[in-house]
Design a protein around this ligand. Sequence first.
Ligand SMILES: NC(=O)c1ccc[n+]([C@@H]2O[C@H](COP(=O)([O-])OP(=O)(O)OC[C@H]3O[C@@H](n4cnc5c(N)ncnc54)[C@H](O)[C@@H]3O)[C@@H](O)[C@H]2O)c1
Length: 332
Amino acid sequence: MAILVTGGLGYIGSHTVVELIENGYKVIIVDNYINSNSNILDQLFKITGVNPLFYKIDVTQKDKLEKVFVEQKIDEVIHFAGLKSIGESVEDPLRYYYNNVVSTMVISSLCIKYKVKKVVFSSSATVYGNQESPLKEETSLKKTTNPYGETKVMSERILTDVSYAHPEFSITLLRYFNPIGAHKSGLIGEKIKSSTNNLVPYISKVAKKEKSKVEIFGKDYNTIDGTGVRDYIHVVDLAKGHVKAVQSFKLGITTYNLGTGKGTSVLELIGAFEKVNNVSIPYEFVQRRLGDIEVSYADSSKAERELGWKTELSIKDMVKDAWNFEKKRRTY
Ligand SMILES: NC(=O)c1ccc[n+]([C@@H]2O[C@H](COP(=O)([O-])OP(=O)(O)OC[C@H]3O[C@@H](n4cnc5c(N)ncnc54)[C@H](O)[C@@H]3O)[C@@H](O)[C@H]2O)c1
């Protein structure tokens, strides 16, 4: 089976490529390096011993991407390529709508033209907006709290309509909760641009003394300790969820939450990072961020039931592997 992986050099994509190769799939990666670089290909080779086929292409450029469909025999597509910073999407919504929505349209149209009838799409828990947890797949989607979330809702809708118009297609929407951690080798992990505030890379920077303290946005939420609660999932568990998804395609459109089903507060996560890695993480409380949600965690029982997938790794594994990656990181 040959799988085209868009955004395959990114955080979740690269971990999924490892799992796909280890499960015997042929992988063709397309990425434009907007949030990655060629070193990740070397890291993938070090981990798997395989050099996946690679095209440096922007997936919004249909004529360029079409070349891949002409040159390669593609059986399935996993579409990760996208921009993912909520803050950036608020500042520059058009860039986000263009990149994330047009890419989904381009991929859909090429899949229709070249009869690649199996597609997995990287969606997000942000599509649920501000609703009560545990979040289930059938929960109706309300307005999300930011343009990034809207790009995911729109992409889901486009793919749903494609599945109605082409009943021979199998399209799986995977709604990820909060992936953290890294491959145990420490060779791939989450790259953080200075402008993004993802919690765990930020904590790692504080542990490395590249930043003085973690800013915690809000201390008066109605949670165990007043800080926001999220469903953190080890990126390797998430990557394995993709392998299960490509092994279990069903005709039509199918949606799965991929999360642990457990919520962890920001303070609990910082405490776990300190304890497991024996480091000190100073923090300070600042204002809540506009649009932040109090509590978000998944009901992932559908994925367990239908895909035979559930998470295996704990918060301890997540913070240990995240720190291992950060310590080894040189060229990211
Ligand atoms: N990381 C998260 O917390 C999270 C949560 C839910 C959903 N997602 C979604 O999962 C997907 C992967 O996320 P990630 O964390 O690995 O992000 P990432 O930024 O690490 O990876 C995305 C990859 O796609 C590439 N890319 C972006 N736009 C492209 C384009 N137009 N053409 C070609 N390549 C392009 C980037 O260079 C990068 O390598 C994204 O669609 C994201 O929205 C991520």
